[in-house]
Design a protein around this ligand. Structure first.
Ligand code: MOS
Length: 760
């Protein structure tokens, strides 16, 4: 391998920075009309009347759709949806089918007009009468009426309920604390957007901003009663997707508007709608209890998780990391979920682990302080040698090396155990650390590769590049396997007509799609070599495959570069203008994924007996270190630097990998210091409606982030040994920062975000 691993520039970078890359809302169509959704202004109840007269008369308006006149689409049916390949459906609420309102901001009507402005204007002319009911908005008070989920991604949700009480009570050292995290909203740079183009009444093309064209196609086909092969979803570039761009019903709304108006329809979700209609990370209340013996060995871990959902089953699975980290004779992980009148929660970068590591890793820091053990030492002492619940070994675990590398790079030895020991001018300086973890997934994927006689190579697969580097890594793969330079490769992704690939969720794209592209390129190379070997005019005629090497678009005899034959020569002599290979790779003997290991994972195929999936537990690990400076007069916290060491298997591209971790750490920094969706309990509306009041980190908030990789290939996940990298970067970050704040100030803040009011 000459290109894999190298910090190759993004092959799509120039297209993006020059504005040439086309995003969903930019695929303008002739005769296109614009749809603008109308949102409810109550959180629970019914719409009793729509007066659409004024809106309909408004300039440019073509149609007003409400539950009264909208076409009937297929009802929810989880079993049937599963069979249709629908995962990642945003919400369990089919739009415009009845007059019920379940949350503030729910789409209750749609105005279609000649221009965006005309459509938007007409929405304010609609007169809507409601019958309100009392809404549920307060998590704490609604939990009692909530439910105890039995299943979490196909496994038992409640682990050992009630069983740790005696052990913890009998432990010589114990702590018990409650940690809370806020509701957070997705704000990728590109909001959701779709353009729906009908051809007749049974063929639909959708340009959509999606993490998975296959899943989006399945959803559109299912709910609109179309044959999947008659729906094409195109999404070549995605301006960020962190779990929010599964599929939401805006695509179906756009298609419904197209059916009525017989026009192509553009529907763009506004920044305000991002707060209400396309998912969020639900707030959590997490109670953690730890017990240890006299030597600091954990005796039991208890983690009770409380959160909410709406109508759907999805809830923030904040206990996930607690099932994976640390040795302990017994652990208890339980959930209680309320039903609130807030739009459905959804996947958001490391769903579960992001808020869950805040609680667990804060508690670990508290226990270490209680015992006067260095918090890093405390983690080493309790490191899990194998999966604590499944008891399998990990496929590849270098967590201890993450700790030691991080400690060295960060300068952990300069940390003082007692808080308030280090000052710089008026600032109190503190160091904190935490463990990072995220499951490693892999699904089946397909790829097609074509080579023209001119040496142009096209790699095709219905994968997504949500900003992660998929284009680049797949180009590197093909370049290596075919022995050509990266600039000869064109990667075509983000189109459901291409060979299927999994959704870009669960940090699994590289682990899943790389093996497919590798296999297709190898098939093509072998076909080409066979032509040469069989050709009397080739210098490779009659040679054995083992004798032949390849580079620079040529085959040659190992040790004698003069005995060569170019790909072009071989194809010309054989009269081939183009050659291609296509294959599907199912991780049957690798990670069979018998049970979904990550929330964003597609429906798994059953693993074979004795497959690696049954023998190993697949996880990535890391260590996060933070230095904070706290101004006690103002209660402000500034993160001065962070070190992030990640054990994610082989690194495919040093540059894009590093960017992934930096992005994840910044995501974690946002959750730690500023991100919170606040609701006015009187109306259940989010008062943080835009980026002016829903704060995310800006450049000045982001310190130097020092990223290191262990880089050892995972021998069990795939031939190349690369695990996912998209989500782990966020995990542990908020705990490392909160722990550093404690080390600086002696104040333990158990509630995110760490705003100044909590510090003062
Ligand atoms: Mo996801 S939260 O896009 O794996």
């Amino acid at each position: 391998m000459t290109v894999i691993g190298k910090p190759v520039d993004r092959v799509d970078g120039r297209l993006k920075v020059t504005g040439v890359a086309t995003y969903a809302a930019e695929f303008n169509q002739p005769n296109m009309a614009y749809a603008f959704p109308v949102r409810s202004t109550i959180a629970k109840g019914t719409v009793t009347a729509f007066d659409t007269a004024a809106a309909e008369k408004s300039a440019g308006v073509i149609a007003v759709l409400t539950h009264k006149n909208a076409s009937r689409i297929k009802a929810l049916n989880p079993g049937e949806q599963m069979k249709a390949g629908i995962i990642f459906l945003g919400e369990d609420l089919v739009p415009l089918q009845d007059n019920k309102v379940h949350y503030f901001g729910q789409f209750i009507a749609l105005v279609v007009a000649e221009t965006y402005e005309q459509a938007r204007h007409a929405t304010v002319l609609l007169k809507i009468t409601y019958a309100s009911e009392k809404h549920a908005i307060d998590l704490k008070s609604e939990l009692q009426k909530g439910f105890k989920p039995t299943k979490l991604f196909g496994e038992e949700a409640q682990i050992n309920p009630g069983k740790t009480a005696d052990l913890i009570a009998a432990s010589p050292h114990k702590i018990e604390h409650t940690y809370t995290t806020s509701t957070e909203n997705h704000h990728p740079m590109e909001p959701h957007a779709a353009i729906a183009v009908w051809e007749g009444t049974d063929k639909l093309t959708l340009y959509d901003a999606t993490q998975g064209v296959g899943v989006t196609r399945a959803i559109a086909a299912y709910f609109l009663n179309l044959k999947p092969e008659n729906v094409r979803v195109i999404s070549p570039y995605v301006g960020g997707g962190f779990g929010c761009k599964g599929a939401w019903f805006h695509i179906v709304l756009a298609a419904m508007a197209g059916q009525v108006t017989k026009r192509p329809i553009k529907l763009v979700i506004t920044r305000q709608m991002m707060q209400t209609n396309v998912g969020r990370r639900g707030a959590t209340i997490q109670k953690i209890a730890l017990g240890t013996d006299h030597n600091g060995k954990l005796t039991a871990i208890r983690h009770h998780n409380e959160t909410y959902t709406n109508l759907a089953q999805f809830f923030e699975p904040s206990g996930l990391q607690t099932a994976v980290l640390y040795e302990a004779p017994l652990r208890e992980i339980t959930y209680q979920v309320a039903r609130l009148n807030i739009g459905t929660p959804t996947f958001m970068r490391a769903p579960g682990e992001a808020p869950g590591t805040f609680a667990l890793e804060s508690a670990m820091d508290e226990m270490a302080f209680e015992m006067k053990i260095d918090p890093l030492e405390f983690r080493v002492l309790n490191h899990a040698a194998a999966d604590p619940i499944k008891k399998h070994p990990f496929s590849c675990d270098n967590l201890l090396e993450c700790y030691s590398t991080g400690a060295e790079k960060f300068g952990w030895s300069n940390r003082r155990m007692q808080p308030r020991q280090t000052r710089n001018g008026k600032y109190l300086v503190g160091y904190g650390m935490a463990t990072a973890t995220y499951p490693a997934g892999r699904s089946s994927a397909s790829a097609r590769v074509q080579m023209t006689v001119k040496g142009e190579i096209k790699v095709m697969t219905a994968a997504a590049d949500i900003g992660t580097g998929t284009y680049t890594v797949l180009a590197q793969t093909a370049a290596d396997v075919l022995g050509v330079s990266v600039d000869r490769i064109t990667v075509k992704i983000g189109d459901s007509s291409l060979p299927p690939a999994p959704i870009a969720g669960g940090s699994q794209t590289t682990a899943s799609v790389h093996p497919a592209v590798l296999a297709a390129c190898e098939m093509l190379r072998e076909d080409l070599m066979k032509l040469a070997v069989a050709d009397a005019k080739s210098k490779l005629n009659g040679r054995k495959a083992e004798e032949i090497a390849f580079a620079n678009a040529k085959f040659f005899v190992k040790g004698d570069a003069s005995m060569s034959d170019s790909y072009e020569g071989i194809m010309r002599r054989n009269g081939k203008v183009m050659m291609e290979a296509c294959t599907t790779v199912t991780p049957a003997s690798g990670v069979g994924l018998g049970t979904p290991v990550a929330p964003c994972m597609p429906v798994p195929t059953a693993p074979e007996e004795n497959s690696d999936a049954k023998k190993y537990s697949f996880h990535s690990f890391g260590a996060q270190f933070a230095e904070v400076w706290v101004d006690e007069d103002f209660g402000t916290i500034r993160v001065r630097r962070m070190t992030s060491v990640q054990d994610v298997g082989r690194i495919m591209n040093e540059k894009t990998a590093r960017s992934q971790i930096i992005g994840g750490v910044i995501f974690g920094l946002g959750a730690a210091l500023m991100e919170a969706t606040e609701y006015d309990h009187r109306w259940a509306n989010p008062v943080t409606r835009s980026l002016a009041d829903y704060h995310v980190p800006v450049n000045l908030d982001v310190p130097e982030i020092d990223v290191h990789f262990i880089g050892k290939p995972d021998p069990h996940i795939s031939p190349i040994g690369a695990r996912g990298i998209g989500e782990i970067g966020i995990t542990g970050v908020s705990a490392a920062i909160a722990n550093a704040v404690f080390n600086a100030t002696g104040k333990r803040i158990r509630s995110l975000p760490l705003t100044m009011d909590k510090l003062l």
